[in-house]
Design a protein around this ligand. Structure first.
Ligand SMILES: *Cc1c(COP(=O)(O)O)cnc(C)c1O
Length: 382
């Protein structure tokens, strides 16, 4: 079915962007040109400012999707002799362990399953027991369940134990406050197409300058060498290889709109409002969230699939799409679920419309209620 208006994306990125962000891509830039070099510099300075990190960190953009930026950061920062504690509670933590296996970096895992956060005291005990661990990785918002992990408490423990923290803040930075002066991290990674509401094409890492300076020659890969990318940017103002010029232009517009909305606080307020409205409406239809309220993020929410025999995700998805909304499948290992994103150009009107659409689809599928029994070891009871 076609729509004059393309469907709204209730996904964790790419997300629905503004017309003005899209329009910013309607011209071409030379990558060596002073105009584009100034754009790159502005982008880096603004991102550092959002994290209050200008004094201590540098921003290195890297071509590709978010995973490229994660792999670049891990490969550049962790020496061959390093050992990593991977805090895992979903698909993105698993991806970090997989990346480290590719990079042949020694690592141990604290695996909390699908819906429990790593707790600061267990992290501390693991670090105390193993002095060989040099780095800890943490997912800020684990997008596979939507859980918001206790990042400040864990950062404090990691700092107290004298190890370095690498945060995958892909789906959080821009909407969840990050202050590098109070949150100790060696690196924080994010990308263009999540909470900053740009289009996909690059990721970036905010890395402590005093650490990065020691990372020459450590990377496993030429194109993913953050140190080299940084040095070249410092020397020439240019990315080493062809930059996604249109994506950068769109991102600068997205940053201006982020600022106009009130920066992180403004964006967080809207996403929180979206989340609350969405969860309340879904609950009215009988749906339950996977996570206890306490761990719900304003980024994306996982709902249990209704246990009604008529429910089928593909059918549900296609019918909702016909109403003008794209939802997201679940990414859990043990329970059937689907996800609704709160980020991107979504406001009360779209949230209300998607709720109406879901209600209509339940009727079409002859499902009276979204009810599903919570899994046994749900965070509600744990
Ligand atoms: C989106 C995301 C990534 C990167 O995914 P890409 O598909 O490579 O952009 C990494 N970590 C988290 C937590 C994410 O949400």
């Amino acid at each position: 079915m076609t729509h004059a208006q393309p469907p709204y994306l209730l996904t964790p990125g790419p997300i629905t962007t503004t017309q003005t962000v899209k329009s910013a891509m309607l011209r071409d830039w030379g990558s060596w040109d002073a105009d584009f070099r100034a754009m790159t510099d502005q982008l880096c300075q603004q991102l550092l400012t959002v994290a209050n990190a200008r004094e201590t960190h540098v921003c290195i953009p890297i071509q590709g999707s978010g995973t490229f930026a994660v792999e670049a950061t891990l490969g550049t920062l962790i020496p061959q002799t390093g050992k990593v504690l991977v805090l895992m509670n979903g698909a993105y933590g698993q991806r970090i362990a997989k990346t480290l296996a590719y990079l042949k970096r020694e690592h141990v895992v604290l695996d909390k399953g699908d819906y429990l956060p790593p707790m600061p005291d267990e992290v501390e005990a693991l670090l105390q027991a193993d002095p060989d661990i040099t780095h800890v990785t943490l997912i800020h918002c684990e997008t596979s369940s939507g859980i918001l992990n206790p990042v400040s408490e864990i950062a404090e423990v990691v700092a107290r134990q004298g190890r370095l923290l690498i945060i995958d803040s892909m789906s959080a930075f821009g909407a969840i406050p990050v202050d590098a002066q109070t949150l100790p991290f060696a690196a924080l990674i994010s990308s263009a197409n999540k909470c900053f509401e740009g289009v996909p094409g690059f990721g970036f890492s905010l890395v402590r300058r005093d650490i990065l300076i020691q990372c020459a020659g450590q990377a496993h890969s030429l194109s993913l060498d953050l140190y080299d990318q940084w040095q070249y940017l410092e020397k020439t103002g240019q990315w080493r290889f062809t930059p996604p010029t249109h994506v950068v232009a769109a991102f600068l517009q997205a940053l201006a709109e982020h600022q106009a909305e009130g920066g992180v606080a403004g964006r967080l307020a809207r996403y929180q409002r979206n989340q609350q409205r969405l969860v309340a409406g879904m609950k009215q239809m009988g749906f339950s969230t996977l996570l206890n309220e306490q761990w719900l993020s304003p980024i994306i929410v996982t709902f249990l699939s209704p246990q009604h025999p008529n429910f089928n995700f593909d059918d549900f998805y296609n019918r909702i799409k016909a109403h003008g909304f794209v939802i997201y499948p679940g990414k859990l290992t043990v329970v059937d679920s689907f996800r609704l994103g709160c980020i991107g150009q979504l406001y009360d009107q779209q949230i209300d419309q998607v709720l109406v659409a879901i209600s209509a689809v339940l009727d079409e599928m002859q499902i009276e209620s979204g009810y599903a029994e919570l899994p046994e070891h749900n965070a509600v009871t744990a």
